[in-house]
Write a protein that binds this ligand. Structure first.
Ligand SMILES: [Mn+2]
Length: 661
């Protein structure tokens, strides 16, 4: 183990990646190749995972089981998968195989979806009776009730700043907070009013993958599961160590979890495999008697009642994959901050997962009841629960993907296109430490790995719509992406619907333009300059640059909504004399409504003025787009809007089809 760790160290290259959601562990095939050279025994992939048997039953565990039986003597707890299905045959398939209808289906009567019966089978103070040392924190401890931990002395501030680099979060703050710290019960009254009979729920195993995780964040994740989940539902916690190098994650971790009241199994990867393959190993370690798998990140905190509403959705339809609302644990102060229940998962032109506002359409479907689960087009990927057998039925993960990246969209598209349902269960809240920067290493660079994974994603699931991705990222076409035959066969065997169906029914709000006049450069004829985002962000001014024909920041779509958009940003002018800005597309026309006239003018409808690209600075030849009075004789107002093509990919027919013409 130690050999593996120090070997990995030799090949570490640090790359900083700015990500909103850092749900990953990394590795690279080059590392693996190098490791193989060092690995005298050249172990194969099956042999890599050494499963440490779970410790003998503790006195606490026995006591716990007795206690449970007392609670449920009328209905003994049986963990077999068949258990929840046999007892509740009606929740199976019947409603579910027609996702087309589901999309427009009104929110069902709560009496049908939420069980009528309802006594909380565990008394409120059940955990205080256990020999479990949990919930021993006191109100005066740092960070209690999710409060921020702040340092006042210069010495502490400096020390915490230094320690920050280890995990890219405030390790010193985390280390001061109790593993059992209390959190507010963040559920809304409507959520609390949902009655769930937790005796009838499917059981789950929690799978947590970690690599060099801090002691306190990892164990606080585990403690929060134990402290805030019904013990009869969480049958096992499986920690997958993706070849960590830190000593505390070796023997000390085994010793620590040996006496926990819920069985904790540690699975060791002897080679670093990355998140995707580590998850698969973790899932395989889940006993067949357990109904569902719950994946969590290694720096989370579960809140009161986080688990039951998710399991309830799976009980009602085993093809539902559920995510909690992911709240924010500040990487700086470890303050627990409530996440929005008004956002869902989408993706942009680069196939990056992004949060976007829930559209009116979906709110209407839910009867404007925020406590009803949201049908989300995609998931962030780190935190979700899935029926164990269904996980395999729909193809677990794409084994051909490396390390991390794209697997969450792959799973999202697959769930929806192959007859499943992906939900954000808004009554379930789990906090996650969002980092601004990854502490992990990306040997070879993130780009290479993500391009490969996304290429596989696009080739297997996106049909002709993959060209949007390739036009924005032409270099992806040069990426070696391996063989996707197996995944295409899976799609065929499962008789999955096509990507157009997904866009039409699940994600009509997607940023992929469906009907458009053009997708390419917006070129000023007189200057040879093009509209260019210059890589600017939302709310910043748009620029112009000499047309380079390389796509990327100069690709705009003139859509049937009258938008001029690059990805999820639209060209927007707030009024006469106001600058041209990039604003999140809202599809409400307004200041984002443009018209391409017969005289090839680009007219801003609200101000009745026309786009022109002018010299901003004669010395530097810097140009910028502005609005001027429309004038049919002004040559600098003449534009050409192009449709970019991909050599060997597009023909005239497919282009017209793509444009919805
Ligand atoms: Mn994370």
């Amino acid at each position: 183990m130690r050999g593996c760790r120090s070997t990995v160290r030799l090949f570490i290259v640090v790359f900083s990646v700015w990500l909103l959601v850092d749900l990953f562990l990394v590795n690279d095939s080059t590392i693996k190749q190098n490791l193989d050279k060092y690995d005298q025994n050249s172990i194969n992939s099956e042999q890599r995972a050494a499963i440490i048997p779970h410790p003998p039953k503790t006195p606490g565990e026995d006591k716990f089981h007795r206690n449970l039986e007392n609670h449920h003597d009328s209905e003994p707890i049986k963990p077999a998968h068949s258990d929840y299905s046999e007892r509740h045959p009606k929740h199976h398939e019947e409603k579910i195989d027609t996702p087309d209808e589901q999309i427009d289906q009104p929110v069902p009567d709560p009496a049908e979806t939420e069980l009528a019966i309802v006594e909380k089978s565990d008394s409120e103070d059940w955990r205080h009776k256990m020999p479990w040392k949990g919930v021993n924190s006191v109100a005066s401890d740092p960070g209690e009730m999710g409060k921020a931990v702040k340092f006042t002395t210069e010495e502490d501030k400096k020390k915490s700043k230094d320690m920050f680099k280890i995990n890219q979060f405030n390790l010193m703050a985390s280390d001061m907070i109790s593993l059992d710290r209390s959190l507010k019960d963040v559920r809304t009254p409507a959520c609390k009013a949902h009655k769930i009979d937790n005796v009838k729920l499917p059981t789950t195993a929690i799978v947590i993958v970690f690599h060099n995780e801090a002691w306190t964040t990892l164990l606080r994740t585990v403690h929060s599961v134990i402290n805030r989940s019904p013990w009869h539902l969480v049958k096992e916690i499986i920690l997958v160590d993706d070849c960590s190098e830190r000593e505390h994650l070796g023997k000390p971790l085994e010793k620590e979890v040996a006496n926990y009241p819920i069985k904790v199994t540690i699975v060791r990867q002897l080679k670093r495999e990355g998140l995707i393959r580590a998850r698969l190993v973790g899932a395989e370690a889940v006993p067949e008697t357990i109904d569902t798998i719950t994946f969590l990140d290694a720096h989370c905190e579960c809140t009161e009642g986080w688990l039951e509403p998710q399991l309830e959705r799976i009980r009602l339809n085993r093809k539902t994959v559920t995510c909690p609302i992911i709240d924010v644990i500040s990487d700086d102060t470890f303050e627990y901050l409530l996440g929005s229940d008004m956002t869902w998962g989408g993706f942009n032109w680069k196939l990056n997962f992004r949060w976007y506002p829930v559209p009116e359409r979906e709110n209407k479907r839910r009867g404007y009841d925020k406590s009803q689960p949201l049908r989300s087009p995609t998931m962030a990927g780190g935190l979700f629960t899935i029926d164990r057998q269904y996980f395999y039925e729909i193809g677990s993960y794409d084994h051909g993907m490396d390390i991390w990246g794209g697997e969450n969209l792959e799973m999202s598209f697959r769930i929806w296109q192959c007859g499943g349902v992906l939900e954000i269960v808004t009554c379930s809240h789990v906090g996650h430490v969002f980092r601004k920067q990854t502490p992990y290493t990306f040997p070879g660079g993130t780009g290479k790995i993500i391009n490969k994974n996304n290429r596989r994603l696009a080739e297997v699931w996106m049909d002709d719509f993959r060209r949007f991705y390739y036009i924005i990222n032409p270099h992806v076409l040069k990426t070696e992406y391996g063989d996707v035959t197996e995944r295409k066969n899976l799609r065929n065997d499962l008789q999955c619907k096509n990507f157009q169906w997904y866009l039409d029914n699940v994600y009509p709000e997607s940023h992929i333009p469906r009907r458009y006049k053009s997708l390419g450069e917006v070129k000023s004829d007189s200057t040879g300059y093009c509209l260019d985002t210059l890589g600017k962000k939302e709310n910043e001014d748009i620029g112009a640059f000499y047309c380079h024909g390389q796509g990327g920041n100069q690709i705009f779509s003139f859509t049937d909504y009258g938008e001029l958009r690059n990805d999820d940003l639209c060209l927007d002018v707030a009024g006469v004399g106001k600058p041209l800005k990039l604003i999140k597309c809202h599809r409400q026309k307004g200041n984002q409504l443009w018209e391409f006239t017969d005289a090839r003018r680009i007219k801003h409808v609200n101000t009745n003025r026309c786009l022109e690209i002018t010299m901003d600075n004669v010395k530097s030849k810097k140009h910028k787009p502005v609005l001027g009075d429309c004038n049919d004789s002004a040559v600098d107002q003449v534009f050409t809007i192009n449709n970019a093509t991909i050599p060997g990919f597009d023909d005239v027919n497919s282009l017209s089809k793509m444009r919805g013409l």
